[in-house]
Design a protein. Structure first.
Length: 406
């Protein structure tokens, strides 16, 4: 564990109270400032004695290994997607498939560090608001840690695969009358009253675990920096975490440039993309977000302002895609590469296709699309947008007739 402190991202004030999630002075968001002086004396090869995964990068993480709560998260594959790249016109296309984490999404990276921190602090109850993946992950890690868990879900807006996981792992699942932002407001109130330790991405330790996806990408590319990294943007902590990781790798001298960070939002839930289009450094919340991609159906992203900073500072981009474009990209990944991702994950690939067509992305760029969750998180959407089973007689002849059909 590297030495660290928690500071306000807005005013720079140091924050000592480990249970607050915003700055007591200005109300700004918090972030962890790492002391990487000892890491600067190391080389990437020094970490490779540990298997690829979140905890390979323990020297960059603000939690003591003695309190680690892990179910072998991270170590997800980075695919060079040749067929998909040819289809969209960017041959140097890669997909980092986070759907192969233990609970099926990138949220496990943040939760291993977040729940480890909760254990370190002696928390008795952890909680989160969630559109699904966060709740599934927190439920699993709190179960592993032996800590009681409460998850606040927006009523009727959660994919069944994710709800099933939260219930299976024994969390207290509360269906809140309202959307994600309403559920988060209630969870934050509980945390402010010290009735639970909040592990939404407003918690500064969550993005510290999520940084590891960038560390792995660099590791898998032998520290050859891609030109661009494309991410789906919902609550916006992931693009901030990737930005923070880039800054830290540059600080210790392991990379000498930073990729253009590009955020993709669904058209019906796009406060960050709209702000970017208007050249603004802050955003206006979307009161009633709507998209088939439930994991990014968020109108008031906690880390939205941080996301805009990350995009601007890396000369990146932000754009929207329609639900139809998301589904088309989801199917393209499946048919071209054999990868099954949830709709929100496919937003990054939909963005790649759209931005290449618009001339924003050059055909010679090396681009990594981060696909955040497994398709089986939301099987109903896959079934609704796929061909239906074909009635077939119990005969070889009928099978042959059907197989001969276009």
């Amino acid at each position: 564990m590297a030495a660290h402190k928690v500071v306000c991202w807005e005013c720079g004030a140091e924050v000592d109270d480990p249970f607050v999630n915003t700055c007591p002075k200005c109300g700004g968001l918090l972030t962890v400032k790492m002391d990487l002086s000892k890491v600067a004396e190391m080389k990437p090869e020094d970490l490779r004695k540990t298997p690829l995964g979140v905890w390979r990068y323990a020297p960059f993480l603000p939690v003591d290994l003695a309190h680690r709560v892990s179910i072998q998260e991270g170590g997800t594959p980075l695919y060079h997607v040749n067929d998909l790249g040819t289809a969209v016109g960017v041959k140097g296309s890669f997909v980092k498939f986070e759907g192969l984490n233990p609970t099926g999404s990138f949220k496990d990276r943040g939760m291993t560090v977040g729940v480890s921190r909760a254990k370190e602090l002696g928390a008795k109850i952890v909680g989160c608001a969630s559109t699904g993946n966060t709740s599934a992950s927190l439920a699993a890690y709190s179960s592993k840690a032996g800590i009681k868990c409460a998850v606040f879900l927006p009523s009727g807006h959660v994919a069944m695969g994710k709800l099933a996981q939260a219930l299976f792992f024994g969390a207290k699942v509360l269906s809140i009358d309202g959307n994600f932002d309403d559920a988060l407001a209630l969870a934050r109130k509980m945390a402010d009253e010290r009735k639970l330790y909040l592990l939404n991405s407003i918690n500064p330790y969550r993005p510290e675990g999520q940084k590891s996806v960038l560390f792995e990408i660099m590791d898998q590319l032998s520290y050859t920096v891609p030109d661009r990294i494309i991410l789906p943007v919902g609550n916006a902590a992931n693009i901030w975490a990737v930005y923070k990781a880039c800054q830290e790798l540059k600080e210790v001298g392991w990379i000498d440039k930073i990729p253009m960070l590009t955020g993709i939002q669904a058209e019906g839930a796009a406060p960050v993309a709209h702000a970017f289009a208007q050249h603004r450094i802050d955003f206006d919340p979307v009161p009633d977000p709507e998209t088939i991609a439930t994991a990014i159906r968020i109108g008031n992203p906690v880390s939205g302002k941080k996301a805009l900073h990350a995009i601007y500072d890396t000369h990146g981009y932000a754009a929207t895609v329609t639900d139809a474009e998301i589904i088309a990209a989801q199917q393209l990944l499946g048919r071209k590469e054999g990868l099954c991702v949830e709709p929100a994950s496919a937003a990054s690939v939909a963005g790649l296709k759209k931005l290449r067509a618009d001339g924003i992305i050059d055909r010679d760029e090396k681009v990594v699309c981060i696909c955040t969750g497994n398709g089986l998180k939301d099987p109903d959407t896959i079934i609704a947008n796929s061909a239906k089973p074909i009635p077939c007689k119990n005969s070889v002849e009928d099978v042959e007739r059907i197989l001969a059909m276009d």
